[in-house]
Design a binder for this molecule. Structure first.
Ligand code: FAD
Length: 546
């Protein structure tokens, strides 16, 4: 196959325009084009009056070497690279030792799937419930203000991203085709085919639920085993005379013990009790920066017009997204960055706490992205210097903010909210305007400023007018802020070495977002695969027997 990049076509081009563009690029007659596949489709909206689609095409042509030689100097014609993912190992027949995966989020699921495909028959321990049961519990919080601390937006089959926009892009590098592997497994599990080629794919929450079930059936068919409602409460670690620490097993909620010398720790960023256990057991942890702030909502139509001008509403473009960043300059703010995060076009703001008496915001949408409002987190980076006091101090800091939001919301998991106009003017909101907040079980208009540290409030006040200069109307007085957004990424890193083992505990493989190695569904899945490879290598090396 040949790869043609930067093939530009108008937004409303007919399907045959792709073939014509490929033939023109290669200077071939129609009969010489044997096959054409879209590898990537993005758009260029830098000029709103002339938005066009930008394709990467893989084509099969008659006499490929000759065509390649003729275009050797062309910057946008090359041989198509091999994008296949290859398993790195195969379990020996009848292998007795089974790796254990803690957590059935995207990281744990991909780790378990790849281990199962290699023949290692993993055991998956998940504190929450199967995804259908979990969905009911999550809606229980949104509809009735009832939280189940073990079955919610953060915990349960599918992990934190199940009730989400299902955005699937990431800035991570990939020289082993793991990104492609994640996307192909998602398609095999029922995700729309287009996620393989659109430049910013998304799935939406509805499909994610059925995909997660499909992946479970695949893992089980390959010999994997799930245990739901099974929280890991403690780690059994043996220390050799030379000081080497090795995983021996896991204590489970309810008193059970599972022998395990290869454990993937894919617990996500909200498993605060597990982080405390890791610290107690002397597992190497480091504090790391994360971000805090609010969710902001605007009418989606306004964002579409800002981004796409007259093309707003075009079905190929879909609902517009945005990405904003502001490096603060005000007194005492040097080095702080405010940025938009987890933007959900045409979506809703969701209650995302896993702990009683705390309020946390996040965002989700359906595949159609047809809801009235656009929402995004507007957050400020915070570092361990902002919350001194030990490796878990970031969690205490998050909890303080989340408790403040619960009380300011007036209880029942209502969230505090304020209009942008009032927030910028420094006065509490008594009522809201035209933008109707989507957070359930509801919001309480108030003053958000006391809920974040002063520097974060000052930074967001500086950033909103700057964002308005990039997206006109962004700081409109009736845009709504809802708080607080604290679970942007993990406040700790469970640091691992180059071979995937924890820095000081052999057989423990920290992975995914909770361990500080991923920042979204796709990167968590990729890290899961990478970790499965490390586990397989270690098992084949006979590490368990040492
Ligand atoms: P998680 O998904 O958090 O999974 C961890 C799992 O471990 C959980 O199921 C948990 O129950 C289980 N667990 C924890 N502790 C234990 C224990 N002790 N014993 C047993 N099981 C345990 N990212 C995107 O890329 N795109 C989006 O559109 C997007 N939207 C989001 C919307 C929302 C509402 C939320 C909350 C997150 C969103 N994210 C999104 C972030 C994304 O969900 C996470 O980055 C991703 O899920 C991290 O994957 P993970 O497998 O590392 O951890």
């Amino acid at each position: 196959m040949l790869r043609l990049t930067e093939v530009k076509l108008p937004l409303d081009h007919p399907p045959e325009a792709l073939r014509e563009a490929a033939l023109e690029r290669l200077g071939l007659p129609p009969g010489d084009l044997l096959d054409l596949q879209v590898f990537r489709r993005g758009y260029d909206a830098r000029r709103r009056s002339a938005i066009h689609l930008v394709y990467t095409l893989d084509v099969a042509v008659r006499d490929e070497p000759a065509a390649l030689a003729r275009h050797a100097a062309h910057p946008h014609v090359s041989a198509a690279p091999d994008t296949a993912y290859r398993l790195v190992a195969r379990a020996p027949e009848g292998a007795a030792r089974r790796p254990v995966v803690i957590g059935a989020g995207p990281c744990g699921l991909l780790a378990a799937l790849v281990l199962a495909q290699m023949g290692f028959r993993p055991i998956i321990l998940e504190r929450g419930k199967v995804v259908r049961e979990r969905t009911k519990d999550t809606w229980g919080l949104w509809r009735r203000g009832e939280l189940d601390p073990e079955s919610n937006v953060q915990f349960g089959e599918g992990g934190a991203g199940t009730f989400s926009d299902g955005k699937l892009w990431s800035g991570i590098g990939d020289n082993a085709n793991r990104i492609r592997k994640v996307l192909e497994e998602f398609v095999a599990a029922g995700a729309p085919e287009e996620i393989l080629y659109v430049s910013k794919p998304h799935i939406g929450t509805f499909r994610l639920v059925t995909m997660v079930e499909h992946m479970r059936r695949t893992i089980e068919a390959l010999g994997g085993e799930y245990r739901f409602g099974t929280r890991v409460t403690d780690l059994e670690i043996a220390t050799a005379p030379d000081g080497t620490r090795r995983m021996r097993g896991l204590h489970l909620d309810g008193g059970g013990f599972l022998e395990a010398d290869h454990v993937v720790l894919a617990v996500g960023h909200s498993s605060r009790d597990t982080f405390a256990t890791l610290l107690e057991r002397g597992v190497h942890l480091d504090a790391k920066p994360f971000s805090v702030g609010f969710r902001i909502e605007h009418p989606q139509g306004m964002i579409d017009r800002c981004r796409f001008g007259d093309f707003a509403g075009n079905s190929t473009l879909g609902a517009a997204d945005y990405k904003l960043a502001h490096h603060c300059k005000g007194p005492g703010l040097a080095g702080r960055t405010v940025y938009s995060f987890c933007m959900c076009p045409g979506g809703t703001v969701v209650a995302a706490t896993s702990e009683p008496g705390r309020v946390v915001t996040n965002g989700m949408s359906q595949y159609s992205r047809a809801e009235r409002n656009a929402n995004a987190a507007i957050v400020v980076t915070v570092t361990p210097a902002d919350y001194p006091g030990g490796v878990l101090a970031g969690i205490d800091f998050q909890r303080r903010l989340e408790e403040g939001a619960f009380h300011a919301g007036g209880g029942g998991y209502r969230a505090p909210a304020q209009t942008v106009g009032d927030f910028l003017a420094g006065r509490p909101s008594a009522t809201l305007g035209e933008v109707v907040p989507s957070y359930k079980p509801g919001v309480t208009p108030t003053d958000l400023a006391p809920l974040l540290p002063d520097y974060a409030v000052a930074a967001i006040r500086e950033a909103l007018p700057a964002f308005d200069r990039q997206l006109r109307g962004y700081a409109r007085p009736d845009a709504v802020l809802t708080g607080v957004e604290t679970r942007t990424s993990s406040p700790i890193r469970v640091t691992r070495g180059g071979d995937g083992h924890s820095l000081n505990t052999r057989g423990l493989f920290p992975a995914g977002e909770g361990a500080g190695y991923a920042g979204g569904i796709l990167s968590a899945g990729v890290d899961g695969i990478k970790t499965a490879e490390a586990v397989a290598r270690s098992l084949l090396d006979g590490e368990a027997a040492r």
